[in-house]
Ligand binder design. Structure first.
Ligand SMILES: [Ca+2]
Ligand SMILES: [Ca+2]
Ligand SMILES: [Ca+2]
Ligand SMILES: [Ca+2]
Length: 239
């Protein structure tokens, strides 16, 4: 996305070397009753064993985009998902949470570690960057648009809640999110206007969560930049 990646890489890799933070990979950490499962890098959005907080219920529709630096910033955080919940953070460099595929298998590290635009908290600390042991966090990359499709056969039923975090595009670009139903009919679109900053080396202030709630099921979502490539992290879906 820029012609001076090499120079950025040298500077950023040097700064990364000061950090050695444990890797957070996806894992299955909780099993709920009735064969439900929750997969994420640190477990369920709602602790199935806790009754301290009443589950949040979100109305059908697209959510307003919100800043997102870590998993706890998700509007789904207090929602109860009795069937399943999965969150992909790309820290293992592949989309391999159950029942989700993408039209792009390209990851941000394919452009060098300096250009990776991961979620800040994927290195274990919210500090304005994602820098891990070896210098590399990761995210998904698409050439301006990237789509994620859900498989009702694998999942049992389509997710009712889907979110994804737009993490980079060209300077001043819009970030755009579209959601489609089981028949691939558009549910709706949301746009964060001119949210792209002038930093394509991992800046996190621009990062925005987009989400949709649709009780009848979400088949597909698309994340776009109005200019440049698009980086996406923390794909999350449940029902
Ligand atoms: Ca990541
Ligand atoms: Ca960080
Ligand atoms: Ca960013
Ligand atoms: Ca940027």
């Amino acid at each position: 996305m820029s012609s001076n990646r090499a120079a950025f890489s040298l500077a950023i890799v040097a700064s990364f070397s000061a950090f050695a933070v444990a890797c957070l990979g996806e894992s299955t950490t909780a099993s709920l009753p009735d064969a439900a499962s929750t997969t994420s890098d640190s477990g369920a959005m709602v602790d199935a064993g806790s009754d301290a907080v009443a589950p949040k219920v979100l109305a059908d529709g697209l959510l307003e985009p919100v800043p997102y630096l870590q998993k706890s910033d998700s509007p789904f955080r207090e929602v109860s998902f009795p069937s399943y919940f999965h969150l992909e953070d790309w820290e293992d460099s592949v989309l391999n949470t159950p029942g989700a595929t993408s039209d792009s298998s390209t990851v941000s590290t394919s452009f060098g570690s300096a250009l990776v635009d991961s979620i800040d908290g994927d290195d274990g600390v919210v500090d304005g960057k994602c820098a891990k042991d070896g210098g590399t966090c990761n995210a998904a990359f698409g050439g301006g648009t990237i789509s994620f499709t859900f498989d009702a056969t694998v999942l049992g039923k389509l997710p009712t809640h889907v979110g994804a975090v737009w993490t980079d595009g060209s300077t001043g670009c819009d970030a755009i999110f579209e959601a489609y139903d089981a028949k691939d009919v558009l549910i709706g679109t949301k746009k964060a206007v001119a949210v792209g900053d002038d930093n394509n080396t991992g800046g996190v202030a621009e990062d925005r969560f987009f989400g949709v709630v649709h009780a009848a099921g979400v088949k597909r979502v698309v994340v776009k930049s109005s200019a440049g490539g698009v980086e996406v992290d923390h794909l999350q879906y449940g029902r």
